[in-house]
Design a protein around this ligand. Structure first.
Ligand SMILES: Nc1ncnc2c1ncn2[C@@H]1O[C@H](COP(=O)(O)OP(=O)(O)OP(=O)(O)O)[C@@H](O)[C@H]1O
Ligand SMILES: [Mg+2]
Length: 467
C-alpha cells in the first residue's frame, strides 16, 4: 500500500521522536527523525517530505529561521507544523504568519497530532490538484482559431473589436466543441500579447465541476475562520487572475446565489472574500462560456436576468461546424489536424482523397471541432496510408452516401445537403432497398413502411430496375 505521506520529525528529545515516529508509522506514514543538528534544511528538502514537524527550539538554530527557509520560496509543497514547549500564543502566531500550517504544544495529545497531520496532508493534496489543473490550463495554450469560412472571418472581426474595446466581460456561446475556449484564449492573447512573453495570467475555472460553496471560495477566496477548515486566509481566483483573464467555463451551470455575487463583482469591479469585510478591487477580463441557451434559462428562472443582460451586451456566438456559413472550416481544420498529428505520431499520411473530404463536409459533426479533431487523430494513429480514403473514416462519418450505401436505422438525419450535392433518386432507391430488406421482400409491407401505395411502390421498383 502506498503511504499516505512522508513526515520529517525534528526534535532534540529522543523520547518524543520515538514516540511520534512509532505512532505515525502505525498510521502508515513514512517517517524520518532528526535531532536537528547539521545542514537541517538541506536534509529536509532532499528527502521531499509532505509534512515537517519542527521543534521551535532546534539546537544550534532558530526554529523560525528553518521554517522561513522551508516556506520561503512559496512553493508550498511542504506543510510545516511547529512543536512548542510553551503555549504562549505569541510564538505560534508568529510561526503561522511565516507560513506554518499549525502548531502543537507539548505534551502532545496523540489524537490531536494525528488530526493535524491528516489535515495538512489533505490540504496538500487539494493544493496539488488545483496546481495541476492550472498548469494544464496554461500549457495547452492553443489560441489560434483556425478556419476559412465566412463565419470564421466574422467571428474574428467581432473578437478583435471586443479585444480592442477592452470590455471587462464577454460571453461566448455555442455548442460543445465549437472552440469557445480557443476564442477565449485568443482574446486574452490579443489583449496581453503572446503567452510566453506575457505575464498576465489566464485562469480557467469550470463552474460545473465544483460544488457551490467550493466554487464560491475558489472564485472569491476566504478569510481565516470563514468556515471550519479555513485555517488561513486564501486568495480567490479573481485575485489570482489580477491583470489578466478569468475564464468561467460553463457559467450556465452556476447557481443563482453565486450569480448575484458574480454580478456584483462585474459591476463594481470589487470582490469580498468569504468571511471578509474588505472590498478588494479587481482588474480582470471575465470571459464566460456556455452551451446553454441562457435566454431560456432566464425564462425558466434558472439564470438571473440582470446578469444575463450584463454578459450578453458583449457576446460572441460561435456557430456549429455543420452550419452553412461555417462548413468551409471542415476541410481546413481536417488538413491542419492531419498534418499536426502526422508529425506528432510520425506517420506518413499526407492528405485526404477528394471523396473523403466530401463525406466529411456532409457529416453533421454533433461534437463539432472536438469530434473532428478526434476522428482525424484516430485515422492518423490507426492507418498507414498516405492518402485518407473514405473507408478510413469511421462509419458514422462515411455512414451513408448514394454510392457506397451502408444502411442503418436513423442514419439519414445525420446528413446535410452540401455543395457537393446528393442525388434524390439515389436516396430514394436506397430507401426502397432498405424497406425491402426490413420487410423481408414483401412488397405490401415495404410499401407500408414507406407510407406509399402498393402501386406507387411497384412503380418505384420498375423505375429503379429492382425486383
Ligand atoms: N477554430 C479552431 N482551430 C483550432 N482548433 C480548434 C478550433 N476550434 C476548436 N478547436 C479544438 O477543438 C477542441 C475543442 O475546443 P474548445 O475546448 O475550445 O471547445 P468548447 O467550445 O470550449 O467546448 P465545450 O463547450 O465542450 O467546453 C480543442 O482541442 C481545440 O483546440
Ligand atoms: Mg470549453
Amino acid at each position: 500500500m502506498k503511504s499516505p505521506g512522508r513526515i520529517y520529525l525534528i526534535d532534540d528529545d529522543e523520547l518524543i521522536l520515538s514516540m511520534l515516529s512509532r505512532t505515525l508509522e502505525k498510521e502508515g506514514y513514512e517517517v524520518r527523525t532528526d535531532s536537528g543538528e547539521k545542514r537541517l534544511v538541506e536534509k529536509i528538502l532532499s528527502w521531499h517530505p509532505d509534512v515537517v514537524l519542527l521543534d521551535i527550539n532546534v539546537p544550534g538554530q532558530n526554529g523560525m529561521e528553518v521554517l522561513k527557509a522551508l516556506k520561503g520560496d512559496g512553493t508550498g509543497e511542504i506543510e510545516v507544523i511547529m512543536l512548542t514547549a510553551d503555549d504562549t500564543a505569541e510564538t505560534a502566531v508568529r510561526a503561522m504568519k511565516i507560513g506554518a500550517w499549525d502548531y502543537l504544544t507539548k505534551p502532545f495529545n496523540i489524537d490531536e497530532v494525528k488530526i493535524v497531520i491528516g489535515n495538512a496532508i489533505e490540504n496538500l493534496k487539494l493544493k496539488k490538484e488545483l496546481e495541476y489543473l492550472r498548469k494544464i490550463n496554461s500549457s495547452l495554450f492553443e489560441s489560434e482559431f483556425l478556419g476559412a469560412s465566412k463565419a470564421k472571418r466574422e467571428l474574428k472581426e467581432r473578437v478583435e473589436r471586443l479585444a480592442e474595446a477592452r470590455v471587462s466581460c464577454i460571453l461566448i456561446t455555442g455548442e460543445s466543441g465549437v472552440g469557445k475556449e480557443v476564442i477565449a484564449r485568443n482574446i486574452h492573447q490579443m489583449i496581453h500579447g503572446a503567452a510566453a512573453s506575457s505575464s498576465a495570467p489566464f485562469i480557467a475555472v469550470n463552474c460545473s465541476a465544483l460544488p457551490d460553496t467550493l466554487l464560491e471560495s475558489e472564485l472569491f477566496g476566504y478569510e481565516k475562520g470563514a468556515f471550519t477548515d479555513a485555517r488561513k486566509s486564501k486568495k480567490g481566483l479573481f485575485e489570482v487572475a489580477e491583470g489578466g483573464t478569468l475564464l468561467l467555463d460553463e457559467l450556465g451551470e452556476m447557481k443563482l446565489s453565486l450569480q448575484s455575487k458574480l454580478l456584483r463583482a462585474l459591476e463594481e469591479r470589487v470582490i469580498r472574500r468569504v468571511g471578509g469585510e474588505e472590498e478588494i478591487p479587481v482588474d480582470v477580463t471575465v470571459i464566460a462560456t456556455t452551451n446553454r441557451d441562457l435566454a431560456l434559462a432566464v425564462e425558466k428562472g434558472e439564470f438571473r436576468m440582470d446578469l444575463y443582460y450584463r454578459l450578453n451586451s458583449f457576446s460572441v456566438s460561435v456557430p456549429a461546424l455543420h452550419e452553412k456559413d461555417r462548413r468551409d472550416d471542415i476541410p481546413v481544420l481536417a488538413r491542419y489536424f492531419l498534418n499536426a498529428f502526422a508529425k506528432e505520431y510520425n506517420k506518413p499520411v499526407e492528405g485526404f482523397a477528394p471523396e473523403t473530404e466530401k463525406l466529411m463536409m456532409a457529416y453533421r459533426w454533433p461534437g463539432n471541432v472536438r469530434e473532428l479533431k478526434n476522428v482525424v487523430r484516430g485515422i492518423v494513429v490507426l492507418q498507414n496510408a498516405r492518402t485518407v480514403m473514405p473507408e478510413h473514416l469511421p462509419l458514422e462519418v462515411s455512414g451513408f452516401t448514394p454510392h457506397t450505401a451502408t444502411r442503418g436505422k436513423g442514419r439519414q438525419d445525420r446528413f446535410v445537403l452540401t455543395e457537393a450535392g446528393v442525388s434524390l433518386d439515389e436516396l430514394e432507391k436506397d430507401l426502397i432497398i432498405q424497406a425491402l430488406e426490413i420487410a423481408g421482400h414483401n412488397n405490401t409491407k415495404a410499401a407500408k413502411l414507406l407510407n406509399i401505395s402498393y402501386d406507387s411502390f411497384r412503380y418505384q421498383l420498375k423505375k429503379f430496375n429492382l425486383k
